[in-house]
Design a binder for this molecule. Structure first.
Ligand code: CA
Length: 145
């Protein structure tokens, strides 16, 4: 198990490896808005745990284990954003997914993915849910902030 912060590092590292084909400490630092030493430290820990191969000043590469978990983390993030859309939550979905993602069990993640799959395959039911929601919201007192 990785800490939430290490999961975020691995998630972004996997994204860069997919999008650019290479991984740079500076890119990861910019994306996560952290310092270079923080990324360096995380990269060292991740390579020690067998997720990355790291040759200082030269190269960062994902191991098979790292790529597998990285892919899961990226997909989980996408799925959570889709889930929020499916349930009609009008939040900043990117931000909300970031806040939720590290604290869900695999069981719950799978169940949420199933809900997303269900509504994708049944757009008529998705529309029904949204209609219901509109009525429901009209009759709900506003939540206190
Ligand atoms: Ca994340």
């Amino acid at each position: 198990m990785l800490t939430p912060s290490l999961e975020d590092y691995l998630e972004e590292i996997y994204r860069f490896s997919q999008e650019l084909g290479y991984i740079r400490i500076t890119d990861v630092a910019d994306k996560l808005n952290v310092s270079l030493p923080s990324v360096n430290k995380a990269v060292k820990v991740l390579s020690k745990k067998g997720y990355l191969v790291y040759i200082p000043y030269k190269n960062i590469g994902l191991t098979e284990k790292g790529a597998r978990l990285g892919e899961f983390l990226v997909k989980r993030n996408q799925m959570l954003q889709e889930f929020l859309k499916v349930i009609g939550s009008k939040v900043d979905r990117e931000k909300e997914a970031e806040a939720m993602e590290h604290y869900l069990s695999r069981e719950t993640v799978d169940a949420m993915a199933m809900v997303v799959g269900f509504f994708n395959e049944n757009p008529g039911l998705q529309d029904k849910l949204y209609e219901f929601q509109q009525e429901y919201r009209k009759n709900q007192p506003a939540l206190e902030q």
